[in-house]
Design a binder for this molecule. Structure first.
Ligand code: PEP
Ligand code: CO
Length: 456
């Protein structure tokens, strides 16, 4: 095993620029390389968005997940938008994640590690460099960090100033998230106020209200027994972490700093970053970049991944076998998960690599509705999660978490749910810039289903 080789490899010669020697998939063609490099230089002088100590704390929480003692809930937008940027949308997304976490923790008794796809999720890999809108062929939209979604050629030209705008929007988003989660809003006594009106009027919302009543009663019981609940920070604030797909490597390089405490390199653009399904080539630039940073990291694993590929990724990305360092996010599709996942679980288990296994039940279950909208059916999403749990049960491994695309808004992007969204409804509130997201009711429904699987 070339275990020792990689330790020296990354700790002595790695720099944030090392990836530039490797082929980098999915990078934009910046029209003016000089302008792009000038923006990166400016970015490298800007304050970090997160601190190394926070990233280390997340690694420790994820180590509990790797050990089968906690559950990971990673959730948020497919792509954040420069246009839909405001306090209400951020609060409502946080609300639905807090609700899901309370459902999972209260119903299963397992602590939930909360990580948003937020405050940096602005770049999208695309299957094709062009897309057809109406009857015009345009360069693909690559996320607001790169170009604009408007259907004309000018809007689709990559603009490096967007990297700076993504940084500043991430900073403002993170500031608000810190205020909400540490400043009283995430207090467990607010458990009722996290329920939005459109959710509360549904079956899932009523089920949530009953659970919130029980939590209220439990808190009153603790007080009556003489427990000083005021002095328990765990009841009044929440640890909430940020994450995104680290696709545009120049941006990530510019945000990478050496931690003054340990001397290690951290990508300070988010607590956790992940490698997408299209950029996980073992000799590619993304894997080379991720190998040298100390943050907790994720890697998507789709239906074509072989056990050898997954083991090579584990060796390259976590040669020191640090629990919590590496999360493998499987996205097999509902039909493939039960046969495709067990061989990967067995191979990693037998290698002794301590990974977190999380299920992304979204990206393997996307299809086009008759009217052309990209969609997913909640039943397929739930079926993939059930298959994920079954595969782990068969292999004796821990189904560590879920990774989902959702919004706090009352959208009609995914089909199904108790308030059955039909394909004829998709046009009414289809607002995503990229993939279809679960709305608040569908997200709660998913949380109740997962907590039952965890209990079982
Ligand atoms: C995503 O998470 O939005 C995504 C593009 O996923 P994947 O890399 O798994 O296709
Ligand atoms: Co997506």
């Amino acid at each position: 095993m070339d275990h020792a080789f990689h330790v020296t490899d990354t700790s002595t010669s790695w720099t944030p620029r090392s990836w530039r020697d490797r082929p980098a998939a999915q990078q934009p063609d910046w029209p003016d390389e000089g302008a792009y490099e000038a923006v990166l230089k400016q970015m490298s002088t800007l304050p970090p968005l997160v601190f190394a100590g926070e990233a280390r704390a997340l690694t420790e929480h994820l180590a509990d997940v790797a050990n089968g003692e906690a559950f990971l809930l990673q959730a948020g937008d497919c792509a954040e938008s420069f246009d839909a940027f405001g306090a209400d949308a951020i609060r409502d997304k946080l609300k639905v994640i807090l609700q899901m976490a309370v459902v999972l923790t209260y119903s299963s008794g397992v602590p939930t590690v909360k990580v948003g796809r937020i405050a940096g999720q602005f770049a999208k890999p695309r299957s094709s460099p062009t897309e057809t809108v109406g009857d015009v062929v345009l360069p693909s939209f690559r996320g607001h960090m790169v170009n604009d979604i408007a259907p004309n050629d000018d809007a689709r030209v990559p603009d490096p100033n967007r990297l700076l705008q993504a940084y500043h929007q991430s900073s403002a988003t993170l500031n608000l998230l810190r205020a909400f989660t540490k400043g009283g809003y995430a207090d467990l006594q607010q458990v009722h106020t996290w329920n939005q009106q459109f959710v509360a009027s549904s079956n899932e919302g009523r089920r949530y209200e009953r659970l919130a009543d029980e939590i209220d009663r439990a808190l009153r019981f603790m007080k009556a027994c003489g427990v000083n609940t005021h002095s328990q920070p765990a009841l009044h604030e929440v640890d909430f972490f940020t994450s995104h797909e680290a696709l545009i490597l120049g941006y990530e390089e510019a945000m990478t700093r050496r931690d003054s405490l340990t001397g290690d390199w951290y990508d300070t653009s988010a607590h956790m970053i992940w490698i997408g399904e299209r950029t996980r080539q073992i000799d590619g630039a993304h894997v080379a970049f991720f190998a040298g940073i100390k943050n907790p990291i994720g890697c998507k694993v789709g239906p074509t991944a072989t056990a050898d590929e997954v083991l090579a990724l584990c060796e390259r990305l976590n040669p020191e076998r640090i629990p919590g360092r590496l999360t493998l996010i499987t996205r097999m599709g509902a039909e493939k998960v039960e046969a495709g996942l067990p061989p990967l679980l067995a191979a990693v288990r037998d290698s002794g690599h301590p990974v977190v296994w999380a299920c992304d039940p979204m990206h393997g279950n996307t299809f086009s509705a008759p009217d052309g909208h990209k969609t997913r059916h909640l039943n397929d999403v739930l079926a993939e999660i059930a298959g994920f749990f079954a595969a782990h049960k068969a292999e004796g491994t821990w189904p560590g978490g879920v990774h989902v695309e959702l919004t706090g808004d009352d959208v009609t992007e995914c089909l199904g749910g108790a308030e059955e969204i039909l394909d004829t409804d998709l046009g009414s509130r289809y607002e995503t810039m990229c993939d279809p997201r679960l709305n608040g009711r569908q997200s709660l429904d998913l949380a109740f289903e997962v907590s039952e699987l965890l209990r079982g």
